[in-house]
Each structure stands twice: as C-alpha cells, then as structure tokens.
Design a protein around this ligand. Structure first.
Ligand SMILES: [Zn+2]
Length: 588
C-alpha cells in the first residue's frame, strides 16, 4: 500500500453504527473505493469529525468554501501532508450535512473511475450557497497538464478565481447562484489559505438553568458522545447566562470557577470527558466583579467622597436618578444648597497671605464654615428661574419632598431677637412662635406680593452636603448610562479613588462595567472643563485600568469639536467613547 492510499484509509463499512460499536475498518480497500468513501464521507477521519461543529467567528454559518481535490503521486510526502492539512481545515465546515465540503485525495489518472464525476456533481449541487469554483484542483508534484486532465475526467470546467492572492478570505470568492450550473474548478492554486478564516469548534447543547446567587450547578448531557474509559480532556464552554456578561478579564473568570477562563463571549473550563457534565459556577456579586476586573490591572479603589454621597442618596431615594435628568432639577438643588461665600473666601485668603498657592486649606476652612450657616429655606417665587416656569420648580421640589430629600415649612421672622427660623410643617402650630426666644410672631409671606404665609423648601442635610460636594451630577451620569445599557447588566460606582499599591493614581467620577465593557468616566457641570489636558488625563487613567469605554458627562452641551477630539484620542488607545451632555443627558 502506498502513502497516497494510506492518506485515504480507514473506510468504515457500517458508518451508522459507528458511535455504538466503533469502526469496522476495511483492511484492503481499492484506491477507487477509497475515493468513493472520501466523497460520501464514510472514512474514519470524516466520521470522527462529525462530533465537531465549526462556527465561523462573527457568523453562525461558515462561508461557502470550495471543495478540495488534491492530486498525488503514489508516495509524495508533501502532497499527503498538504492534503491532510487542507482536509482538517474544510472537514468541519457543515460537517455531517449533505452540504459538507468534500476533500478528496486522488491519483493522477482516474479515467477508469466512471462513478466519481457523477458523485461529485451531486455533492456540489447539494450545497446551499454553492461556491464558485466548486473545487480547487491542486498538487505539489503533478504538473498543471496532469491536473487539467483530472478536471476533464471529472467533467469540471476550468475557471479563473476572481482574485488569485493566496491569503484572500473565503468571502472573496464568488458564489454560484444557479444550483444546476455545470461544475467548475480552479486548477493549480493551493487551496489551503482560502480555508484559514477565524472559527471555533464545538458542539452545542441548550439547557434551562436556574441561576442562584452564589453557587449554581449546571447539569448538561454532553453533546459529543464519548466512549468512557478512554480518558482525555475537553474544553467545556458556557454562554447565554446573563451573569456571564462581565469584563473579560482572567481574574473575573476565576470568580465563576477557579480554573475558568474567558474565550470569546464564553466562559471556558477544562474538564475530563464525560457524557454528563456537572459544572459548578459561582455567580459573583457585581462589586466583586468590578474589584477583580481592576485587580487584573493591578489597581485597587475606594469610593471617593462624591461617590459616598451619591451612593447614600441613591440608597435613600433610588428614583433620584430619574429626577436629575429633568432640566432644571440640578439647578434647583444647587440654589437651595448652603453657599460658601466669596467674600469670606477673599478675607480668608488675605488672612492666610497667599492667593496663588495651594487653595485646599482655604477650601477646607470654607467647607467647615458653611456648616455653621443654617440650611437655606426658600419659597418657589424667590428661587432663580433658569428659564423654568414657577410650576416646574415647584414640581421638582415636590418630587424631592416625595423622595424624602427635602422638607416643606414656613419661616418666622422674629421681631424681638431678629432671627429668622424655619419651621417644618410637622411642627407648625396655630400661633407662630420664635423657636429661638419664644416670642410670638407671624409666618412669613412672599417678599414680592404678601398674601399670607408661603411654603418654603429646605434640602435635608444629606442632599445639602452631597450637593455641596458635587455628587448630583454623578447621579446624572449613572442615569444616562442606565438608559444607554437598555437592560444589559450594568454596575457603576459614582466616584472612586484609584491606587496602585501605595501610589494614588487619581479619581474617576464613574467606574464600573456595562456587560463585558469596563467603564471609566468623567462628569462636569460645565462643558468648558473638558479641556484637551483633562481628557488626556482621564484617558491615561482609563488606559491604566484597561477600560473599554470612556464616558464624558456634562450637564450643559459639549461642542462637536470637543466630542471629535475626545473620540480621536479615545480611538487611538482602543477605547470607545460615550458622551452625554445637554439634551442627551437631560431630555426636555
Ligand atoms: Zn425670637
């Protein structure tokens, strides 16, 4: 027996019983029997390939690729190796179906094998999305004239391929729209490079799985039957679980199972071959997922002050996310926030004798000083308008009251002690009494048109401090991302300080993940603060943690120029840009 015949050996006599009884291999098959068996796919190599299903990456269906007709002298080593490699590449495309790609090794003269041409014709016509050409005829050793003779013996019309470079993808080839058109072949072009498209292998099964927080056992029958006892390992991959939509980091995969890794959109594990798999996975908490994703980049984080305030607000009033997206809501909150007075600041700077240097001390003192100022309480009519109707301002305030972040009350101007006091509605008595000195007084009317006491609003101390720290715009950022996520898994912290060991790396205003994408974001009230330097600084921090998305949130509209600049800087480091500002952040 020669090498060429060896390459096609292992003709299986009873292919249907193969998986139960194992192969019945014919020991001394004729070369023409070998060829026929290769065409109809009952050789050992073809039958084992049926346990494998190929999926082209990015598409469910493999591109239509031509069949391989490889021609070899009896003992041409290079042809036998070339054929085996080409067959390995085509064998899994639509394996097991009538449209399976044919790969066949032939001697240079098949003139006596009358059935072969007819069999090939039927195979070619059975393919849905019939490639053009139907086949490549190739050999490392048999000359072009010999290959043309084979084409003639197999009734194949020689055609030129649309492109001839060897590393073109299969999509560069034509398809034949007419299923009954005569069979065609390209002669003398190595077929192998045409089959080198990205793909993955495996056979899938579907199970309905109830997922528990913590540990979940997934049981599934193996889609590939194994004769047990033969041993071996397989890659088992899971997909489709919502909880698997997490940043694709090695450290994140290990949260699901200690030996797991991500490959593509799947969680993969190495397991001994089994006919039923029991896979224990732990569904991690979102916070643990984020921590692990950053640990992958050697970064740890803690919540920033803004982050703590924003989280505390949302824990108290989750619906604040909706309210901050209303035009004017942030402005109304700011108007009711205790002020750090500019005059006091100037005096303080003079006192400290340094106007140009580090202002953090001044800021600290100012923050302390504002705490001694009583919380402002104002009537709707007295608040700045920001282009809003009084009714809209009242509506925002009433929603804050409903959220428990603001109270209603009256105020008393005391004629005796000269103090002005706020009386929450629950403490309002029929007779107005100054809480400072106990003198009788009157509830205040509106300044511009006095007509009896008016309702005043006062933020509670949490919202006041959070607003003074600039936390509400971070909540706006979270709200924008939640809408963008459209139900996909989203976990966002409203402000974090990043560090690498003992080194502070800086602060991000939004940190989290949207499905498999790690997010770092910056939030500004005024868009002018997004300078090129600021964006570069943000992006370098985003790169440090390996963020996939950089988010810019501005309360007022960013310019197209700013967005373009940010987009090109982000793209240059392989990061996606998301912007929310003006009407996209706060739809009217
Ligand atoms: Zn008084």
């Amino acid at each position: 027996m020669n090498l060429r015949a060896l390459a096609g050996v292992g003709v299986v006599d009873a292919p249907l019983t193969w998986s139960s009884y194992g192969p019945g291999i014919r020991q001394h098959a004729h070369e023409d029997q070998c060829a026929v068996s290769q065409v109809i796919g009952n050789t050992v190599a073809w039958l084992t390939v049926r346990g494998v299903v190929e999926e082209a990456l990015g598409s469910v269906v493999a591109p239509p690729v031509p069949s391989v007709i490889w021609v070899s002298e009896p003992d041409s080593f290079s042809d036998v190796v070339g054929f085996w490699n080409a067959r390995a590449l085509v064998a899994t495309a639509a394996s097991g179906s009538v449209g399976a790609v044919t790969a066949i090794l032939l001697p240079p003269d098949v003139s006596g094998w009358l059935d072969l041409a007819e069999m090939l014709k039927l195979r070619f016509r059975a393919r849905y999305q019939r490639p053009r050409p139907d086949a490549f005829i190739f050999s490392h050793t048999v000359p072009q004239a010999g290959l043309r003779a084979i084409a003639a013996q197999l009734n194949l019309t020689e055609v030129d391929p649309p492109v001839t470079q060897e590393h073109a993808a299969p999509g560069f080839l034509d398809t034949e729209p007419d299923p009954l058109a005569s069979s065609t072949a390209v002669v003398g072009l190595d077929p192998t490079p045409w089959y080198c498209y990205p793909r993955r292998y495996g056979r899938a099964t579907r199970e309905l799985v109830q997922v528990f927080s913590g540990r979940t056992i997934i049981r599934a029958a193996s889609p590939v039957p194994f004769r047990l006892g033969t041993g071996g390992w397989v890659k088992v991959s899971l997909s489709g679980l919502r909880a698997l939509a997490a940043p694709r980091r090695a450290t994140v995969a290990q949260l699901f199972a200690p030996d797991a890794w991500f490959s593509g959109d799947r969680l993969s594990l190495k397991r001994a071959t089994m006919n039923t798999y029991e896979i224990a996975v732990t569904i991690p908490e979102p916070a643990a997922t984020l921590t692990a994703a950053l640990r992958d980049a050697g970064v740890t984080f803690t919540l920033s002050d803004k982050g703590k305030y924003a989280q505390a607000l949302l824990a108290r009033a989750p619906d604040l996310e909706d309210l901050v997206r209303r035009p004017g809501a942030l402005e109304v909150m700011t108007d009711l926030t205790r002020k750090r007075t500019d005059r006091f600041k100037t005096d303080l700077e003079d006192l400290l004798g340094d106007k140009s240097g580090d202002t953090s001390l001044v800021d600290d003192i100012l923050a302390l000083a504002r705490e001694t100022v009583p919380l402002p309480h104002q009537a709707v009519a007295e608040l700045p308008k920001h282009g809003l109707a009084a009714g809209d301002i009242a509506d925002v305030l009433e929603q804050l009251v409903a959220l428990g972040l603001c109270s209603r009350g009256f105020s008393i101007d005391c004629a005796e002690c000269q103090m002005e006091s706020y009386i929450e509605h629950s403490a309002v008595t029929p007779q107005a009494t100054c809480p400072g000195c106990g003198a009788a007084g009157a509830y205040r009317a509106a300044a511009n048109k006095p007509a009896g006491p008016v309702v005043r609003y006062r933020l509670n101390s949490l919202l006041d401090r959070a607003s003074d720290n600039g936390a509400p715009p971070h909540i706006l950022g979270m709200a924008c991302l939640r809408q963008h996520a459209a139900g996909r898994p989203l976990y966002i912290l409203p402000g974090a300080l990043l560090s690498d060991g003992n080194t502070d790396l800086g602060e991000v205003d939004l940190l989290g993940y949207l499905a498999e994408h790690l997010i770092a974001g910056e939030v500004k009230t005024s868009p002018e603060d997004f300078t090129e330097d600021q964006i570069k600084k943000d992006l370098s921090l985003a790169a440090r943690i390996g963020a996939d998305i950089y988010v810019m949130v501005a309360v007022h509209p960013l310019t197209e120029g700013q967005k373009d600049m940010a987009a090109s800087l982000a793209t240059a480091q392989g990061c996606q840009l998301l912007t929310f500002s003006g009407g996209t952040a706060r739809p009217a």
